[in-house]
Design a binder for this molecule. Sequence first.
Ligand code: ARG
Length: 586
Amino acid sequence: MACLFRRSIAAQLSKVLGTSTEKLIPMVSAVPVSKKQQTLDFRISVNSVLEKGCLRSGSTVQSQARQLSEQLTCDDVVTEIAVGQGTINFKVNRSLLAELVMQEISKKGSKYGIESELFQGYPCGRVIVEFSSPNIAKKFHAGHLRSTIIGNFIANIKQALGNDVIRINYLGDWGTQFGLLGAGFQLFGSEVKLKANPLQHLFEVYVEVNKMAETNEDIHKAGQEFFKKLEGGDEHSLRLWQQFRSISIEEYKKIYQRLGVHFDEYSGESFYQEKTQEILWLLDQKGLLKKTMQGTGVVDLSPNGDLSAYAKVLRPDGTTLYLTRDIAAAIDRMEKYNFDQMIYVTDKEQCSHFQQLFGVLKIMGYNWTERAFTGHFCRCRHVPFGLVKGMKTRKGDVVFLEDVMNEARSRMLQNMAASKTTKELEDPEGTAEKVGVAALIIQDFKGPLLSDYEFDWDRVLQSHGDTGVFLQYTHARLCSLQRTFENRIEEQFNPACLQDPQAIALLQHLLRYDEVLFQVSEDLQPKHLVNYLIMLSRLASIAHRTLHVKGSLSEVAMARYLLFKGTASVLSNGMKLLGITPVEKM
Ligand code: ARG
């Protein structure tokens, strides 16, 4: 679709500029639709053509744009050529526009926008995405929720583009806190409560024992004892720890399922307890393990070798750190998976941790951390995100992911109760959950990932404006239209029936989908896709209001029906990439 258009425009330019058509194709881009005025369909920036050395420099951009445009001519595909601000704009044949966009969407289905010339030669490989990674017995805070949905989105995009994606959850399942937890559980833990509500019970025990340990030296010691036993491989302690771990994972899985998220591997810090010893040995062998005055084992990361910047890998008491385990995990994953890229998703407070991790790996001679995979990005990449403030439920602070999910569902159910269609739903709770999750995701993905934001339930769940509820609502409305007309319209598709400005605007917007996906694939920022889908929904609402299917001549009705069906399909594909399950009724 866009393919033929971009290619024709690029081919014309190629004749004038002497640059290959293939090279020019990515420089032809669809013009973003504006609600205020009608726009032409495609444009090229004269500067980008200049930059690539395709045009003689000397005169001003504007005069070069004029000169260049004068050498181009309209043909069967291009029907108008105009000079813009530093650009040349193209209008394409209106009938072809409708025909090709509709044809392409129905032919490609979920591959629409992905099987595009923009992704030709796009490198595919094995990609590890490590995300969510909560800490057993501790709070599942807003940061973990963000990591979960952002990581899932990145994995979805990578997978859709044809990569072999491995989703890893790297649990905080080791460390001195397990000493206290074990000691606490032996004192006042309950097997019954652990079975009934594991996450809740482990958290209670953990909070309680921590409080006691502050004033009671014996408890503190018992914790240390327990952890020493764990590290020493004591069978009884290990069995208890194993039980905490597996029971927690079972609980996490249930909630991830509600969120539509899954993992290929539940890994964790505990896996690398032994391997850290090898790492320390290796560092020592290579002469990289230095000692500070306090006896901490460090790796020098300073450019001048004066320890002005270093990474701690060994405590004076001989225990290893979070970083040491991450070094072991990265090397192990490279050996096990031979990945082409590994992406870590955590909040921005861990930026320096990952800088240190990649720094140490590089010094150790693992040059794969640096080698480029896509574009200018390295093989190991940290995707940081900002903090969420004020995420509370009616019960108070968020402790578990389940609380957020339940709150979103119950609030949404309440909002939906006002609408009459809700009464006809087979599974109102399930629908409310899907809409609620959409609302959480869109709120989170609207801005740049690095920005902090203030959480506000009312704003999140608004049915109008830039919300997930609006996307779900638009999708459900388009589906309802499809249900009404599915078996009724039998007509050949006639592109001449899709020439109203509202239909053209929708078609032009649909034309840009591949460019938006391309942008997302480059910088992994979901906001491009979110903005695109919100605009798609707005244009669809406008078109839905004005371009009636019911009561129109059958040929017109057919064309409009197909336009809405195609719009619903792209909306649904985009929402799924974001991690949203589109609802068909609400
Ligand atoms: N469990 C950690 C936390 O809650 C996040 C782990 C991130 N991944 C990693 N490889 N360090 O902060």
